[in-house]
Design a protein. Structure first.
Length: 316
């Protein structure tokens, strides 16, 4: 039996090679290696804030798989429910370095080990050992079996009275078409407690334009808290207990935007698990999101308790 966990997540962690110099990827010769993946970013962030967190996935019996498992252990993420297979390989990606704008990312993940995650891999005891489940829609996009796993995990945790957060993390390239993406993610959203879309994502998913309208759309469908990311402006939240806007933190220089939404999720989830007021949870989300965009790697900016406190104090 696994030890008690504050949170659990699942998905596809990947080996990432990020460029050490700016320019088109085909012209770059020097890369650094790191762990990547939206869910692994969140697991890392929660673990650094001293919330015991587990990660569920399948990896290939290859060097990338070994690297990922070791990288997670180095972050004190519980890997008891990670399995290895000889039949499929571990996914990877390469990411450009940019001076302005978003970096270019190329994925090599088709038919990866993680995409074969299925109901047969669902360990009830492991998931039941966690108080909270974090989900992104990326997993559901990987394969039919991953979608089934996502729905089952959410239904199981809901039946056990656990809380569930969902970050849509829109990846249009992973879906057959926009209609399938929207309908699938909105179905997943009805199964969560805390929904964390960006404003642009909310517009795509609902066809509505304001944060208030988007929040109401999901509250009417059973979500208890909707927090909408507004970029540098901060975030808007609404629940049955109230609503409000929370200002963003000042960012000196944007280094890399990838991972900012995951950092935001870490802030909100960790604070909600600590029973802080919703406005304080959103403020922490804004703070970690700001730290994330000021750092080069996907998870370099994810802070420890001490680093988070220091950064938030500077802003007072």
């Amino acid at each position: 039996m696994s030890k008690q966990l504050d949170a659990v997540t699942f998905g596809e962690p990947m080996a990432m090679f990020y460029a050490n110099e700016a320019g088109p990827l085909h012209e770059v010769f020097s890369f650094s290696k790191a762990l990547a993946g939206a869910e692994s970013n969140v697991a890392t962030g929660l673990s650094r804030l001293n919330h015991p967190t587990g990660y569920v996935t399948k990896l290939g019996e290859d060097n990338f798989g070994t690297f990922i498992a070791q990288a997670m252990k180095n972050e004190n993420i519980n890997t008891d429910n990670i399995t290895f297979t000889k039949e499929y390989s571990t996914g990877m990606l390469i990411k450009s370095k940019v001076v302005t704008g978003d970096p270019k990312v190329e994925y090599f993940r088709k038919n990866s080990a993680a995409s074969t995650l299925s109901l047969e891999d669902f360990d009830e005891a492991y998931f039941n050992s966690a108080g909270h489940l974090h989900v992104t829609s990326i997993s559901a996009a990987l394969s039919k079996s991953c979608h089934e796993f996502s729905v089952h995990a959410m239904e199981f945790m809901k039946s056990k009275g656990k809380t569930i957060s969902l970050d849509p993390n829109l990846r249009p390239s992973l879906w057959p078409d926009t209609e399938t993406m929207v309908s699938t993610i909105n179905d997943l959203a009805t199964r969560c407690d805390w929904f964390l879309p960006g404003l642009g994502e909310g517009k795509i998913l609902t066809g509505l334009s304001t944060p208030e309208e988007i929040a109401d759309y999901y509250l009417e469908r059973g979500v208890s808290l909707v927090v909408i990311k507004l970029g540098p402006e901060g975030a808007y939240y609404k629940s049955s207990a109230g609503e409000g806007y929370v200002d963003g933190f000042k960012v000196e220089q944007v280094v890399d935007t990838v991972g900012a939404g995951d950092g935001f999720a870490v802030g909100v989830i960790s604070a909600m698990l600590e029973k802080l007021p919703i406005a304080e949870a959103v403020k922490r989300g804004n703070a970690i999101g700001a730290l994330a965009v000021m750092s080069p790697g996907d998870m370099d900016g994810l802070p420890t308790r001490e680093e988070l406190a220091k950064f938030m104090q500077q802003e007072v």
